[in-house]
Design a protein around this ligand. Sequence first.
Ligand code: ADP
Length: 477
Amino acid sequence: MSCVPTTSWRRSLALRLTLWYSGIFAACSALAFAFIYVLIVASVRDRLDEDLADDVSEFAALYRSGGLERVEHEMQLDTKGEEAEKSFFRIWTLDGRLVVATDLDAFPKLPPPPKSLFATGAAEPTLETLELPARDHPVRAVYGAITPELLLEIGESVEDDEEFIAALLRGFVVPLIGVVLLGLPVGWFLARRALSGVEDITRTASAIAAGALDQRVPVLGEGDELARLAQVFNAMLDRIQALVVGLREMADHLAHDLRSPLTRIRTAAEMAQAHGRADAAELALAATATEECDRLLELINTNLEITVTESGAAELRLGDIDLVELVRDAAELFQTVAEDRDIKLISQLPPQCRLRADRQRLQRVIANLLDNALKYTPPGGQVTIALREEGSRVRLAVEDTGVGISPEERTRIFERFYRSDRSRAEPGNGLGLALCLANVRAHGGEISVESEPGRGSTFTVTLFSPPTLRLGSASLR
Ligand code: ADP
């Protein structure tokens, strides 16, 4: 009879934490990769620019030592074979005349250097990126003076560098996907671990909500936040349990103390009726007093019986009984009530169902359930009592086509004195189902209810054979 809803994994905090963990993990990794990538790309580009600028200085030195012939020879060597596809050299006079050039077939529509360079003489090497329409990759060009009259132009395709950078990117993306994929199980594991203490507390709170006020949360770990929460939670439960036990004891003592004066009032009212000296009005008053005393005494006695049964102090008179016989007798007894109310009472019973149980207590359970079913079913309805054996379990179901019970009421109807507003017109004291629950639990069984408002309810009692008795247990449930 737990009333605490379970969390679906899709809405769970663990999933949200996992997504946060792996999201942050992936974002940090991507950021770190991006940072390294940008650094490497910048360094590759800087290195190319530095090499080109160094080449200008080297060719200037060559010119000084061996003249134009030596420079041209070196240029041809550097663009030999496949290299002609990747680089070119040109030497210009400062009035814009081309003096020497290597093979330019691989660089069609190559523009001349910017005019401004001829004017200034490019004492310091100047770098530029050329986008040639016929080539897939840009060309990085350097212009620098090798003598006060000659301008050297060197062009180098960035193809190799771009291929290296593309390979680098691929090399980053694959591990990044791996990191993200790994982040999910790692995040899930961390979130589950962190939240396992919270789950313990939820489980205990759920058991307490179902009535097991003696349960406590295990305190794991050394003074961390969850251990502290568990300690505070347990301390709160100790306090609540002490208050509830105190309240219940007070109610029981009060009930106990009321029993004797009530019995005396009842006896006095009975004597007044028996004396024969009272007039009709006084007799009616005495009869009402007797009736009310009976009602109060029944309420007090049932309440005390529930307390004794719940505490485990009650002794069950166990015997070998045939539950079929018990149900049949009860159905016969309630047949007249059912006919008076124009309700069809149906029994669905196996030939026999033997069980070790307390006959009188089970009789009260069956009578209470049948009484309720007939009370809360309008004329023309139907009540079915069915018995089924399933292995070592016995299921007794009382089904009606009555008013039904709303989900909010369902969590409360087994409490003492709970009566729904709708049922106030019917006789009763709100103790019937609490007594059923106490008796069924004393047999180690369970009781549950399914209902649809306006359509009817089914109360199911499950008993075990042999019974798993809870005698002697002093637990407060
Ligand atoms: P009582 O019947 O004396 O009020 P119970 O403890 O037997 O007390 O039942 C508690 C409440 O549960 C009832 O007041 C009623 O609202 C609800 N209830 C019990 N049985 C049924 C039923 N078969 N159909 C609809 N409501 C029911």
